[in-house]
Design a protein around this ligand. Structure first.
Ligand code: GLA
Length: 385
């Protein structure tokens, strides 16, 4: 038997090297990487702040790795129909990549995901000014949004394949009112579900719209996503003006290239002569989810006929932004040196509608003191034969 002091020293080394909290059901999984959570260092920012990673692994070998910088999901490994695992999200090999080439890869965007017209809104009679970091508009929380800050991680809880990140945004940060305490929990289950659960409280009324900005490619990294088949449970969408701000209309998708109610290849209509597609440079629009009511509702499904990989999306949110990677232009060299060319990834951002703080007819995004913000989205991974 080892003396107690040696045991403590060894435990200390293990803590430094990375803590693994494994679950009871690990017996069937390979010994080298059982189901559970692995914590490790991911690098340091220029100011010396340490960034950590948390790898969640389920009993079937699906693995998601997230870091404290931006609460970014840096990899998500799922099998194809032959059982071969591959990484289905775009990103960088190291922290410097995420800092130097910001494209919102895998991040939680906030305080307000998506656009606010002219970086201005009026709340309870007071007008607030935000950064205009996207042409004339405010995008994804501003110059230093939630995707560019270091979140605090809760210690991994025994028995749960999950990680919780917290971030407190100061009153006035990026121009937003109120000290906002935000939290996101990523949970991976043995049913091959990955859930994003957000909550927040504030001490002054503020807009909030948190979402996950992963870029997916269920096929070969670097190839385009035009052959992916998309289904969106949306009868309507929010058409945009030339600067991608919703006009306020909820337009029917019927008879337009925005009708994804039946599985349709993304590339099938993307080049059509359509004013909305031209404004978005492809798809970059919010879809109004049809199913009403509380709780998780089916939002859509993405499938790659090549690999057989499928991904169902369920959410409590009223909308989903489908962005077809139109700004990817081959200038970013990502993971493993793969060049992210035009439309080699797509985002499906569950959310409230863009510019809601200026659009009284849209569902409200205002969080008030004493209330709690809640939002939940689940991705379910599978394969088609
Ligand atoms: C969102 C926006 C797009 C683009 C990407 C990030 O999806 O709607 O226009 O800004 O983020 O590049």
């Amino acid at each position: 038997m080892k003396p107690i002091s040696t045991t403590i020293a060894l435990a200390g080394i293990l803590v430094l090297a990375g803590v693994r909290v494994s679950r009871g059901s690990q017996a069937a999984a390979p010994a080298a990487s059982p189901a559970g959570v692995t914590r490790a260092a991911f690098g340091k920012l220029a100011d010396g702040t340490a960034v950590e990673s948390f790898t969640l692994r389920n009993a079937h070998g699906i693995e998601v790795r997230a870091i404290t910088y931006g609460a970014i999901i840096v990899s998500l490994r799922v099998p194809d129909r032959a059982g071969k695992f591959g990484d289905i999200v775009l990103g960088n090999d190291d922290l410097a990549g995420y800092v130097d080439k910001p494209a919102y890869f895998g991040a939680v965007v906030g305080r307000y995901g998506n656009r606010i017209a002219k970086g201005r809104f009026t709340l309870d009679g007071k007008t607030y000014t935000l950064a205009t970091n996207n042409g004339p508009n405010h995008l994804h929380g501003g110059v230093r949004g939630f995707d560019k800050v270091v979140w605090k991680a809760d210690p991994p809880a025994a028995g749960a394949t999950s990680v919780t990140f917290r971030y407190t945004s100061a009153d006035g940060e990026e121009g937003y009112p109120g000290k906002l305490s935000a939290r996101v929990t990523y949970t991976l289950t043995d049913k091959n579900e990955l859930t994003f659960e957000y909550s927040a409280t504030t001490d002054k009324a503020t807009p909030i719209n948190l979402t996950q900005h992963s870029y997916f490619n269920l096929g070969t990294p670097g190839s385009d996503i035009l052959g992916h088949e998309l289904t969106l449970e949306a009868d309507r969408y929010t058409p945009v003006d030339a600067t991608l701000i919703p006009t306020g209309q909820l337009a029917p998708v019927s008879g337009t290239p925005f009708d994804f109610r039946k599985p349709t290849a993304i590339g099938a209509r993307i080049a059509q002569d359509d004013e909305q597609l031209k404004r978005g440079g492809g798809y970059d629009h919010n879809f109004v989810l049809t199913a009403a009511g509380d709780g998780l509702r089916r939002a859509g499904r993405l499938a790659d006929p090549g690999t057989g990989r499928t991904m169902e999306i369920l959410t409590t949110e009223p909308g989903i932004q489908f962005y077809s990677g139109n700004f990817l232009d081959g200038t970013i060299k990502g993971k493993g040196g793969v060049v992210y060319k035009y439309r080699s990834g797509l985002c499906l951002e569950t959310q409230h509608f863009p510019d809601s703080p200026n659009q009284p007819s849209f569902p409200s995004t205002i969080l008030r003191p004493g209330k709690e913000y809640h939002s939940k989205t689940t991705l379910v991974f599978g394969v088609s034969r």
